[in-house]
Design a protein around this ligand. Structure first.
Ligand code: ASP
Ligand code: MG
Length: 402
């Protein structure tokens, strides 16, 4: 078997943890398997490197920031190879240049395009464990790129796809994917299985366990993932195309505080206004999420939408400087909001799921500002102070607890 194992920052955060990972991988290797280990940078070292960069230049050139950040994964992979050496297990660390992991040009958020497999195959044939730096790639100008925060998951899935691995295991500091974040929903339960689509919604909605691009890629190439803890032997959660357990109505509740609501009041009620407004934001690379347009009155209408909180200032600035062009009267921005979502493939064939969620919120006297839905998701925007109460109430209403 060829197995790709990815370990996150906390799983390699110190000497003991590094040896813990090395032992787990050596066990797999000694069974006769080929083992590829993908690592993140140790602990919070990527954050530390970003902070360090900012002491020199608050707005560092993106190429140089990537040059700096890629050192984090180089440290963890080299140390891991040294740990294997003490155990007399043959191993070699490879960075993005040595593998060759080819990406698009863009710094800070590059996409993997192609992976050369020759070097890795050669090392595996010589019965070495291959330790690969996560999160980094090389662009066509031979510059380092990075794949976006949390991107090591995507490195692992891409390698599993390129090498047709038999298993791709994502090790983290929690036991798997939960029905909600246990930090604020104490009754949250670990899921045995979840579909790619559900996971994509949960990843995008900020559950933070998997990089959403890694899930997209796993779905595209049919790579089955296992998410599990590096600190115990519990079974973890399998992420795959279809789950065969009897379908629950919903699989999880997600809470996302990184959101702000912007309202543009008094737009001209005529064709092209929504296009102009959202096109302006798109050109500045600002992602818009939930959108609500009011019914027109006296030839004007209002459009409200959400953006991530860190992009709210930029969005308001662009809109304000173009307000007269789109004929709007005023703009307001509310940062004290949060999104609560339910996700589940089971809701496709069951009417009344949204109503059940709204009832749970009504029983808590929680007011809904905006609503958006997809086939497998219902999202509401509410006041931030109600967020945790809402998540727990909805979690209870759907009987997700243990
Ligand atoms: N070290 C990178 C980060 O902190 C990549 C990763 O951990 O997946 O974002
Ligand atoms: Mg991660």
């Amino acid at each position: 078997m060829l197995i790709v194992k990815k370990f996150g920052g906390t799983s390699v955060g110190n000497k003991e943890r590094i040896f813990n990972v090395a032992r787990r991988c050596a066990e797999e290797y000694r069974k006769g398997n080929d083992v590829i280990v993908v690592l993140s940078a140790m602990g919070k070292s990527t954050d530390d490197l970003i902070a360090l960069a900012q002491t020199i230049n608050p707005n560092p050139p993106k190429r140089e920031l990537d040059m700096l950040l890629t050192t984090g994964e180089q440290v963890s992979t080299a140390l891991m190879a040294m740990a294997f050496d003490t155990m007399d297990v043959p191993a070699v660390s490879l960075n993005a240049f040595q593998v060759a992991m080819h990406t698009t040009r863009v710094h800070g958020n590059a996409r993997l395009k192609r992976i050369d497999t020759d070097r890795i195959m050669h090392e595996l044939e010589h019965r070495r464990i291959v330790i690969v730096t996560g999160f980094q790639g090389v662009n066509k100008y031979d510059n380092y790129t990075t794949l976006g925060r949390g991107g090591s998951d995507t490195t692992a899935v891409a390698l599993a796809a390129a090498l047709h691995a038999d298993a791709c295991e994502i090790y983290t500091d929690v036991d798997g994917i939960y029905t909600a974040d246990p930090r604020y929903v104490p009754k949250a339960r670990k899921l045995d299985e979840i579909t790619y689509d559900e996971m994509l919604d949960l990843a995008t909605l900020g559950s933070g366990v998997l990089h959403n691009r890694s899930v997209e890629m796993a779905k595209k190439y049919g790579v089955q993932l296992v998410v599990r803890s590096s600190l115990n032997d519990h079974e973890g959660t399998i992420v795959k195309e279809e789950t065969n357990v009897e379908r629950m109505l919903i699989s999880g509740v997600a809470l996302d505080r990184n959101t702000a609501r912007i309202s543009v009041i008094g737009l001209k009620d005529q064709p092209g206004m929504a296009f102009k407004l959202f096109n302006m934001l798109a050109r500045e690379n600002i992602n818009v999420d939930v959108i609500l347009q009011s019914i027109g009155r006296e030839n004007t209408k209002d459009i409200s939408f959400t953006v991530s909180r860190d992009e709210a200032d930029a969005a308001v600035k662009i809109l304000e400087s173009n307000l007269s062009r789109i004929g709007g009267k005023s703009i307001s921005c509310n940062r004290e909001v949060a999104k609560v979502s339910i996700v589940g493939a089971g809701m496709m064939s069951n009417p009344g799921v949204a109503a059940k969620m709204f009832e749970a919120l009504y029983n808590q006297n929680i007011n809904i500002n905006m609503i958006s839905t997809s086939e497998i998701r219902v999202t509401v925007l509410i006041h931030e102070r109600d967020a945790e109460r809402a998540a727990n109430a909805v979690h209870d209403a759907f009987g997700l607890e243990e």
